[in-house]
Design a protein around this ligand. Structure first.
Ligand SMILES: NC(=O)c1ccc[n+]([C@@H]2O[C@H](COP(=O)([O-])OP(=O)(O)OC[C@H]3O[C@@H](n4cnc5c(N)ncnc54)[C@H](OP(=O)(O)O)[C@@H]3O)[C@@H](O)[C@H]2O)c1
Length: 244
């Protein structure tokens, strides 16, 4: 049997199929979420189907003070951490309400940094382990309708890049995941071209494969690398007039 993988934000629509892939590959799981009771049934199913251990755990990205204790109490220590929790937020509300801006920044950036710093220190000492951070392709250029979220993800992407740089000599792999548009509860109600909308199962499969191969950066689906290249290189004079 392989080690434990800790998934933070494990009730995400992408995290659920991802957990199933790890379970099928023989990994044990810590499924961490603000409401772990939502994951009890899933843990029982994964244990029965794959003969692994799977434990639902209480975890909140916003509860920074508890992160140290949370991580160090995990026994056995996870072989890797996947931080997938995120919050799109209410952009309109955020334009007038700093509390909403703060929530977007804390869940997408400060919270992940708080817990991943702890994992990073531990893995650096042990010279083993992997970290996966789920950021967003959108973090590469601020769009008029979601720039608070994009800014928080941009910060998270930069953080993961720095972490990868710091930990490379310790043999600790850090994967930055940049999903495009995925049909999950986070995007429910947002209209987007169907052809550019990915299924959570496909994104989960891409993440699993990229982590197993020890890759650094993943755009999923892959064509988002190309799409973002175009957006990044659009001249500002043109970009600022586009309604996206
Ligand atoms: N869907 C997309 O198009 C898309 C695109 C780019 C990036 N992403 C990123 O992909 C990741 C997964 O998102 P998803 O699409 O699967 O949406 P999702 O199903 O809404 O997943 C987000 C998860 O984060 C959890 N979460 C929220 N606040 C948290 C907190 N304080 N502590 C711990 N967990 C918390 C949510 O809990 P609840 O289940 O209780 O709501 C939810 O399970 C996110 O980081 C998102 O930003 C998604």
């Amino acid at each position: 049997m392989k080690g434990y993988v800790l998934i933070l934000g494990a009730n995400s629509d992408i995290a659920r199929p991802l957990a199933r892939l790890y379970a099928a590959a023989g990994y044990n799981l810590y499924l961490a979420h603000t409401r772990p009771e939502l994951l009890t049934e899933e843990c029982e199913r994964l244990k029965a189907e794959h003969g692994i251990d799977a434990r639902p755990l209480l975890f909140d990205l916003l509860y920074f003070n508890g992160h140290e204790k949370f991580f160090h109490r995990l026994d056995p220590r996870p072989a890797g951490v996947i931080c997938i929790g995120g919050y799109l937020g209410d952009h309109q509300l955020a334009t007038a309400d700093m509390e909403e801006v703060s929530k977007i920044i804390q869940i997408n950036f400060a919270g992940p940094v708080s817990i991943l710093n702890i994992a990073a220190d531990c893995y650096e000492k042990e010279k083993a382990g992997f970290i996966v951070g789920v950021s967003a392709a959108m973090g590469e250029r601020g769009f008029g309708n979601r720039y608070f979220y994009a800014a928080a993800k941009a910060a998270f992407t930069a953080y993961l890049s720095g972490l990868r740089n710091r930990l490379s000599s310790s043999g600790v792999r850090v994967l930055t995941v940049k999903p495009g548009f995925v049909a999950t509860k986070m995007t429910a109600g947002i209209s987007f071209p169907r052809r550019l909308t990915a299924r959570p199962e496909d994104v989960a499969r891409d993440i699993f494969r990229a982590q197993q191969k020890g890759r650094d950066v993943l755009y999923t689906p892959g064509y988002w690398r190309f799409l973002m290249w175009i957006f990044i290189h659009l001249p500002e004079g043109l970009f600022k007039r586009m309604k996206l």
